[in-house]
Design a protein around this ligand. Structure first.
Ligand code: PMV
Length: 311
């Protein structure tokens, strides 16, 4: 028997970086997915994807698995133990989500894999899938906040803060254009850079945190009213805050400024210093927005995914 599951990518609409210092962030899942197919077979755990393949004994020590597939090996081992199986598991991953550019591919993979692998033995609830996915992600990223895994599991638009996560019951009329700068970035390095900025300019940073908090409260109202024009303006302001803390660069600035000429608003999504920018659009300006960045960048349009993990 094969068990197939998928989970969506995510973007951060508002609040990246400031959320690290206690603010809110607004995340939403988009309709680009990662698919995981599992099968009980043989006596080993075998994982394959476009990134390569790995074969390990079922009882290998998880700390010794030096691979991007470590979370999947963890999930397979946990499921085999939990359901007292002596068999092996074969897992294959197919992704529509570019990796390493802030679109949550690793969290989506953990969520889809938790659903697919545990689905070989039972029908896990979304709560169980999320719990296992977070445990799996912690094998490679110990300090994960769980925000990405949450939005990938439940789908839709979510408010996230250190106090927890709240799904918003919305019917958004907008779409998102995602443009990949193809510049690799390291979230932890960019977070460290912002920490330095905060230490060097405590007053400026504190004012920006306050401004970002007020901006997000207003943006949440715009979201409830489906006011795409006002929301776009808020995105531009959020981008200005991100530029002030030094996480944008010339390439991202010029992408954002081109997109701002046609879309309602544009900004970095995620850590910055590379990765992706997003633009807020609807049917009126979608095509123009997609065509404004030349073929140097990968651009695609996305809709809000309201489904989350699916099997
Ligand atoms: O680039 P991403 O999608 O991993 O987002 C990072 C978001 C930050 O606020 C910069 C860091 C964090 O842990 O919240």
């Amino acid at each position: 028997m094969k068990s197939v599951s998928s989970a969506p990518a995510k973007v951060i609409l508002f609040g990246e970086h400031f959320v690290v210092y206690g603010g809110k962030a607004v995340l939403c899942s988009i309709n680009r997915r990662i698919f995981v197919e599992s099968e009980i077979t043989g006596d080993k755990i075998i994982v394959s994807s476009a990134l390569g393949s790995l074969e390990t004994p079922v009882n290998s020590r998880i700390e010794s698995v030096d691979s991007v597939f470590r979370p999947i090996i963890f999930l397979a081992q946990k499921a085999l133990r939990q359901f007292s199986s002596n068999s092996g598991i074969k897992v294959s991953v197919r992704s529509e989500i570019p990796s390493g550019v802030g679109l949550g591919s690793s969290s989506a993979c953990c969520v889809a894999a938790a659903s697919s692998i545990f689905g070989l033995f039972a029908r896990p609830s979304k709560e169980e899938i999320l719990k296992n996915a977070i445990e799996a992600e912690k094998t490679i990223f110990e300090r994960t906040s769980g925000a990405d895994t949450n939005v990938c599991t439940y789908g839709g638009i979510m408010e996230y803060s250190k106090d927890g996560i709240k799904k918003m019951d919305l019917n958004p009329s907008f779409k998102i254009v995602v443009a990949n700068s193809k510049m690799a970035h390291s979230t932890s390095q960019v977070v460290a850079k912002v920490k330095k900025f905060k230490e060097d300019h405590p007053d400026v940073f504190s004012t920006l945190c306050d401004n970002e908090s007020s901006l997000i409260e207003e943006a949440l109202e715009d979201l409830k009213r489906n006011d795409v024009v006002s929301l776009g303006i808020k995105m531009r302001v959020n981008q200005a805050h991100l530029e002030k803390i030094g996480v944008s660069n010339q390439t991202l600035n010029s992408m954002v400024s081109l997109l701002n000429g046609v879309a309602y608003g544009a900004k970095i999504t995620g850590a910055g210093d590379g990765g992706c920018v997003i633009a807020l659009v609807n049917g009126k300006n979608l095509d123009k927005t997609l065509s404004v960045l030349d073929s140097k960048y990968d651009c695609f349009s996305a809709e809000i995914d309201t489904v989350g993990v699916q099997s």
